[in-house]
Design a protein. Structure first.
Length: 109
């Protein structure tokens, strides 16, 4: 079974070239290369809860801290956890991996 990225599961259209990318912009999860391959996804496509400004429930979300609780209850996040089982990488380690590499570049989430 193919592992879906968040934009495929949610059909938001914010992937590069997607139906809503002109209207809403390309989703940062679809372009966040530091998390490429995590949980078998493309860029942060299977770790979208780590990335700010993703689209959830029809609205663009804010920072990691503001969206975290909603993300943990998200059907997609739950699906990734179930599919990965023992291979699931905890949120804290993913956040540190992405955050500290961005901090070194002078960027923050």
């Amino acid at each position: 079974m193919k592992k879906l990225n968040c934009w495929e599961f949610n059909k938001c259209g914010r992937e590069p070239g997607g139906a809503r990318s002109d209207e809403l912009g390309v989703c940062p999860a679809a372009t966040e290369k530091r998390l490429d391959g995590v949980h078998g996804g493309k860029n942060a496509g299977r770790a979208c809860w780590i990335v700010a400004m993703t689209l959830c429930n029809g609205q663009i979300q804010g920072s990691f801290a503001k969206k975290y609780d909603d993300c943990m209850a998200c059907d997609f996040c739950i699906k990734v956890k179930e599919e990965e089982l023992s291979n699931y990488q905890p949120t804290a380690s993913l956040y540190m991996m992405a955050h500290f590499s961005r901090k070194a570049e002078g960027k923050t989430f």
